[in-house]
Design a protein around this ligand. Structure first.
Ligand code: MN
Length: 189
């Protein structure tokens, strides 16, 4: 886990995104955040705190509460812990240009008896999320592993539990979990 790639992609005199720094070890719960990102293509950024950084995936369609849905989740570079607070607009011409909304936040943990580091290695992650909008058990399954310099594709899948639904269950959430603003309101503020 390191933030070199994150820093390399960004010009911090132009973007207000946080500079890469790792969080010091602590005993507090692991956090997770989802940012809705209106970039060249709208997607949701799914981020899990691990080893002082935020492991990150771009999910074009966003998560789904329907256990039959398999949502493509493209592995992207680790993000700094402080990215959990970023909401705003990345300027035109910069990497990821567009508006970012804090769409969900909360804590997460590996599912019982799941070795998360081994799961990362094997491409089979089992997590339990306690967000405001996203809850319960979820899995991330890596498809065919690509060479080191290539982005891996994963599938984000809801597992059967008391929170599972027959529809994706996320369309009703159109505003920021933190500021209450819509994407348009964030863009113009
Ligand atoms: Mn993004």
């Amino acid at each position: 886990m390191d933030l070199k790639e994150y820093d390399k992609k960004r010009n911090f005199s132009k973007t207000k995104e946080p500079k890469g720094s790792k969080k010091n070890k602590s005993n507090s719960d692991l956090i997770f955040v989802i940012q809705k990102h209106n970039a060249s293509r709208l997607h949701y950024d799914f981020r899990l705190e691990w080893d002082g950084v935020l492991l990150s995936w771009a999910v074009p369609k966003g998560p789904s509460y329907n256990t039959k849905d398999k949502r493509l989740a493209i592995e992207v570079e680790d993000h700094p812990y402080d990215y959990k607070d970023f909401e705003g607009t990345i300027p035109e011409g910069e990497y990821g240009a567009g508006t970012v909304m804090l769409w969900d936040e909360g804590t997460w943990k590996p599912q019982e008896n799941h070795d998360f580091n081994k799961g990362l290695e094997d491409g089979n992650i089992k997590i339990e999320i306690n967000g405001k909008r996203l809850k319960g058990r979820w899995a991330l399954i890596r498809m065919k592993k690509k060479p080191k310099d290539k982005q891996n594709n994963w599938l984000l899948i809801k597992e059967k539990d008391e929170y599972a639904l027959n529809n994706d269950g996320i369309n009703k959430f159109t505003t920021s979990i933190r500021s209450g603003k819509s994407l348009e309101e964030i863009a113009s503020s």
